[in-house]
Design a protein around this ligand. Structure first.
Ligand SMILES: Nc1ncnc2c1ncn2[C@@H]1O[C@H](COP(=O)(O)OP(=O)(O)O)[C@@H](O)[C@H]1O
Ligand SMILES: [Mg+2]
Length: 373
């Protein structure tokens, strides 16, 4: 956790870039700084890892005043990702990601395992990519490497200054999704700068809207949309979103925790019984640790009654608790199932999201909106 109390920054030459900033960046949260150019976003970021020093006030990292740490110690605790990541062009992907752990003199085996693990985390096949050079990757892939390079030495905090703004819209959306998903696993303190409100609304746990060195408003995306502090916030969010904005809660709020599943130890005949009893077209299958294995479809089961369940389960689109409800709705268009599994970060089956119920939620929200007016 990082806390800023009454922080001021005046640059040499007299620009008062930050004025009495009070903020908390909690661990496990994506904190997004947003505001017009020159409002002080990058300055805030640079104070955190002491690329520049604050003029007054206090900044603490997990309770410790950052002035008590040397800039080198501090930067080891903080990964930094910037817009044009500047991977080292003459080094392979492996060497790029391994750079900081090497500097910290990790042993070879540990470095190797860490690089492989990180490549897998962002869905880049290690065998395919580790020996390539940055120029042999697309922009989106290079930026993924930038992100995992910042994560390599297991920093507590990740600072990201407009990390995706140079990417095309599709790669950009993909990386935003991946960052949210990755954060489910890594639970770091992320401070993320952007000037794009769509990006902020999509990824933020906390949005901090700044103007002329002040914090104008901070809160969850829902809080800013439903209760903008003043006209500046309204303008920045866009009246379209405030008046007509239609938002669904996250999957965790929409899913059902009361669902039926079966373990791989059961027989297909058992599974058919369960499906008949509950009138299901498919049944989620978990192993004996509760981890999701796949879906058993009724028709497949009826044709393969004597097979072990594991052999006939089918993979499916899966959802995660923090996923945006609208994204989840879109997921149904790529699936022939009317109910999709929701998995925890360790792949346990924790809920099912039913398309019919989701549609009903949409109607409830529409009803509430027309009631408000
Ligand atoms: N090194 C510097 N010296 C003097 N003024 C600076 C310096 N860096 C930034 N500023 C000024 O501080 C203010 C905030 O800048 P910055 O934090 O970069 O804004 P943002 O990232 O929100 O665009 C601006 O007025 C900018 O001109
Ligand atoms: Mg900036």
């Amino acid at each position: 956790m990082i806390r800023l109390e009454k922080v001021n920054k005046t640059y040499e030459g007299g620009v008062h870039a930050l004025k009495d900033i009070n903020l908390t960046f909690e661990q496990g949260k994506i904190n997004v700084l947003i505001g017009p150019s020159g409002c002080g976003k990058t300055t805030t970021m640079k104070l955190l890892n002491r690329l520049t020093e604050h003029t007054s006030g206090t900044i603490t990292l997990n309770g410790q005043n950052i002035q008590e740490l040397s800039p080198v110690q501090l930067r080891r605790k903080m990964g930094y990702v910037i817009q044009n990541i500047g991977l080292f062009p003459h080094m392979t992907i492996f060497e790029n990601v391994a750079a900081v752990p090497k500097l910290l003199k990790w042993d070879k085996k540990r470095i190797y395992n860490r690089v492989i693990e990180l490549l897998e985390m962002v869905n880049l096949d290690p065998e395919m990519y580790k020996d390539r050079y940055p120029s042999e990757l697309s922009g989106g892939q290079q930026q993924r490497i930038g992100v995992i390079r910042a994560l390599a030495a297991e920093p507590e905090t990740i600072l990201m200054d407009e990390p995706f703004s140079a990417l095309d819209p599709i790669s950009r959306e993909q990386l935003q999704d991946e960052l949210v998903r990755l954060q489910e696993d890594i639970q770091k303190t992320i401070v993320f700068v952007t000037h794009d409100m769509d990006e902020a609304l999509k990824i933020a746990d906390q949005i901090i809207l700044m103007k002329d060195g002040h914090v104008v408003q901070n809160g969850t995306p829902e809080e800013l949309i439903s209760n903008p502090a003043d006209e500046f916030v309204e303008d920045f969010i866009g009246s379209k979103r405030i008046n007509n904005g239609f938002d669904l809660p996250a999957v965790s709020k929409l899913m059902s925790n009361d669902f039926t599943s079966i373990t791989t130890e059961a027989t297909v005949a058992d599974a058919i019984d369960v499906m008949m009893k509950h009138q299901l077209e498919a049944l989620p299958v978990v192993n004996n640790e509760g981890k999701f294995v796949g879906m058993l479809h009724l028709f497949t089961a009826l044709q393969k009654v004597d097979d072990p369940i594991e052999n006939i389960v089918q993979s499916t689109t899966t959802l995660f608790p923090k996923m945006d409800g609208k994204k989840a709705y879109e997921a149904f268009s790529n699936s022939n199932l009317s109910s999709l599994p929701v998995l925890s970060k360790s792949k346990e089956l924790i809920g099912m999201l039913d398309k019919d119920l989701l549609v009903r939620d949409i109607y409830d929200i529409l009803d509430q909106k027309s009631g408000d007016q």
